[in-house]
Design a protein around this ligand. Structure first.
Ligand code: NAP
Length: 299
């Protein structure tokens, strides 16, 4: 029997972390850590965790993900999003393990108007994207590409956690009951990515020992408006809501936020899908599967 592959996971209690824990493949010896076991803002603790557990892989799914709050908490966001991957990579460099660092479409500025390839230069617009980009750079400075997988994803959501899909379900219910429209930004385009498929991609990276820059999103493209409309329509068919609210498209300028967001941040995941031998799913099919995991409201 081959030796199990030892994986040190961070962000166990986050959206992706929970999907990863729920889908651990055979042959993986998982050490799953949350905030209580390992503070990602403490680089010494990150290095010590690698020294203590001697993992074959660190799967860094933990992150500071509050995009708007990061504008006012740059130091903390930087410690978690740049300091932790840097510390993991440095500790792994001497010990022999590998790092799977999960990153984001927000490392790009969204101005080129066609999907981003994995090797393109980074140009983040806000603090969150800048700290994630710095995390990529620090990890790449410490580890050779064959021992570092930088896996960018976008618009992550799942059946649990804080995400756009669950927020829209609540808002569809409330606005439909009040007979009011639900206003959603229609001029930011990207792709929703469901956590079960993203978790499967992460596990495949580890099983195959894949390194380099990679992109994983669900297939297709959407604006937040498209996503909100699909959530309402599918949730009504499934019985999660009585009826969808009317969704009214608005512009980014109509809905000012502290952080600037990319207008068009589609990730080209074609080479990654080929490398991982995973076909991926259209985002609407993935949405149906996520909604099927959400319990129906009590009658
Ligand atoms: N969410 C998105 O739309 C999105 C889009 C693109 C890329 N990504 C990337 O995908 C990955 C997974 O994101 P996600 O959506 O699963 O995020 P999430 O649900 O916000 O989970 C992040 C986890 O990191 C933990 N964490 C934050 N600060 C910590 C600290 N100082 N010490 C220890 N743990 C800490 C959080 O702990 P608590 O639960 O205790 O707060 C949480 O469990 C991240 O790398 C993120 O940057 C996300």
């Amino acid at each position: 029997m081959p030796e199990p592959v030892r994986v040190l996971l961070t962000g166990r209690d986050g959206q992706l972390g929970r999907a990863l824990v729920a889908s651990v493949p055979a042959g993986i010896d998982l050490i799953a850590t949350g905030r209580g076991e390992l503070d990602l803002a403490d680089p010494g603790a990150c290095r010590a965790a690698v020294g203590r557990h001697r993992p074959d892989w660190v799967l860094n799914a933990g992150a500071y993900t509050a995009v708007d709050r990061a504008e006012a908490e740059a130091e903390l966001a930087g410690a978690v999003n740049a300091g932790a991957p840097g510390a993991f990579a440095e500790a792994l460099a001497s010990g022999g393990g590998r790092l799977l660092q999960v990153s984001t479409d927000f490392v790009f500025d969204g101005e080129q108007g066609h999907p981003y390839a994995p090797e393109q230069p980074l140009r983040p617009l806000g603090v969150y994207g800048a700290t994630k980009a710095e995390g990529e750079r620090r990890a790449a400075a410490a580890l050779p590409p064959e021992r570092l997988c930088l896996l960018r994803t976008s618009w992550v959501y799942g059946p649990v956690g804080a995400n756009f899909c669950l927020t829209m379900l609540r808002l569809h219910r409330a606005r439909a009951a009040a007979g009011e429209p639900l206003k959603v930004v229609a001029d930011q385009v990207g792709c929703p990515t469901a956590t079960p498929g993203l978790a499967a991609a992460c596990w495949r990276v580890i099983e195959r020992g894949v390194g380099g820059h990679h992109h994983w999103s669900d297939c297709g493209a959407a604006s937040w408006y498209d996503f909100a409309v699909a959530i309402g329509a599918q949730a009504a068919v499934r019985g999660l809501i009585d009826a969808p609210a009317r969704v009214k498209p608005i512009t980014t300028a109509d809905y000012p936020t502290p952080a600037r967001r990319p207008a068009y941040s589609l990730l080209d995941g074609s080479t990654t899908r080929r490398t991982l031998e995973l076909e991926g799913q259209h985002w609407q099919a993935a949405l149906a599967e996520v909604l099927a995991q959400i319990p129906l409201p009590k009658a």
